[in-house]
Design a protein around this ligand. Structure first.
Ligand SMILES: NC(=O)c1ccc[n+]([C@@H]2O[C@H](COP(=O)([O-])OP(=O)(O)OC[C@H]3O[C@@H](n4cnc5c(N)ncnc54)[C@H](OP(=O)(O)O)[C@@H]3O)[C@@H](O)[C@H]2O)c1
Length: 303
């Protein structure tokens, strides 16, 4: 496959609506800028940093003057009620073609979300499941209209560092039952398994998980520095800048449909990777889906 070239390979996105989490820096910011250059109707994105959000809105408008760009201030560690409120107040579209679950943290010190979940689990996995539950009706309606609807989870090769058993359901409310990288791996594994479970229920939505590659982005800011130093110096020969790290999710969101296999995990760019044993575990994917549905049964979708 020739190298991915976002300028040439992203098609015209006229009329399409996209929603990206974590668009204020790093990979998310670059995804927005590339998408904006290809004329979508509207890009929604989330983050906590309002100043950075405003800068990204301006940069995206410079790339695509006719594109509507909306920043949604939303802390993914806050309660599901607050996440719902933030999105309900701003998201007013009757269609959604591209959803990219990109926001994330890595190897952060122990902590809990407002609802008492381990911080990386809550931010990287569970908040995205909440948002997808909120937006599922609009995604399904868009697919029913005949549109090609994409759901992309920005996961990581780091899913291989998940703890034994993959997801320790009994420990998800403990801040540090396993180490920093194992907690990251667990949340990233869940993103891949969630796609597999989605495909079984909603095959009309193309759900894929992608590893973006490795590079020094804002992700390192809050990570445990001793771990990061050794990990990133060992992998420095692989480093890409944030723009290039965006290629993998951009490919998944916009490549012609026949190039994608629904429910797959891809490494950069567009390379179907044999899933790790845990990432290919259908029973674990089902267990995660049931756990998630039960946990989020009070989350009322946006109609
Ligand atoms: N960089 C890499 O080498 C690498 C490798 C593999 C996978 N990834 C994955 O790529 C994704 C993007 O990471 P990145 O490298 O671009 O890192 P980044 O520059 O730190 O960007 C992370 C984004 O997530 C948002 N975010 C983090 N915590 C949040 C919270 N509690 N509430 C709302 N938004 C939150 C941040 O927004 P605010 O600060 O505005 O809240 C920011 O926009 C992550 O899922 C990461 O796991 C990255």
């Amino acid at each position: 496959m020739p190298p991915f070239n976002p300028d040439k390979d992203i098609p015209d996105l006229s009329g399409k609506v996209a929603f990206i989490t974590g668009g204020t820096s790093g990979i998310g910011r670059e995804i927005i800028l590339f998408l904006a250059s290809h004329n979508p109707a509207h890009i929604y994105f989330t983050g906590r940093n309002e100043e950075a959000g405003a800068t990204v809105v301006a940069a995206a408008k410079a790339k695509g003057p006719n594109v509507e760009v909306t920043f949604i201030k939303c802390d993914l560690c806050s309660s599901r009620a607050k996440i719902r409120q933030a999105i309900a107040e701003s998201f007013k579209s009757d269609r959604l073609d591209i959803f990219i679950a990109n926001a994330g943290i890595m190897a952060t010190p122990p902590g809990l979300t407002e609802e008492g979940f381990e911080l990386q689990w809550g931010t990287n996995y569970l908040s995205h499941a909440v948002i997808l539950q909120l937006l599922r009706p609009v995604l399904l309606r868009t697919a029913e209209s005949g549109a090609d609807v994409r759901h992309v989870q920005v996961t990581s090769h780091g899913h291989n560092y998940a703890p034994s058993g993959g997801i320790q359901f009994e420990n998800l409310r403990k801040p540090d039952a396993v180490g920093e990288f194992a907690r990251y791996g667990q949340s990233k594994l869940a993103q891949i398994l969630y796609c597999k479970a989605m495909v079984k229920r909603y095959p009309q939505i193309t759900s894929v998980a992608v590893h973006p590659g490795v590079g020094r982005t804002g992700l390192l800011k809050n990570a445990k520095q001793s771990l990061i130093k050794s990990f990133f110096s060992a992998t420095s020969f692989l480093h890409k800048d944030a723009a290039e790290l965006a290629y993998s999710p951009l490919w998944a969101a916009t490549a012609p449909l026949p190039k994608l296999e629904n429910g797959q995990y891809y490494e950069p760019v567009g390379k179907k990777a044999g899933p790790s044993k845990l990432a290919g575990d259908e029973a674990l994917a089902e267990k995660l889906w049931e756990w998630t549905n039960n946990e989020l049964k009070d989350v009322e979708a946006l109609l």
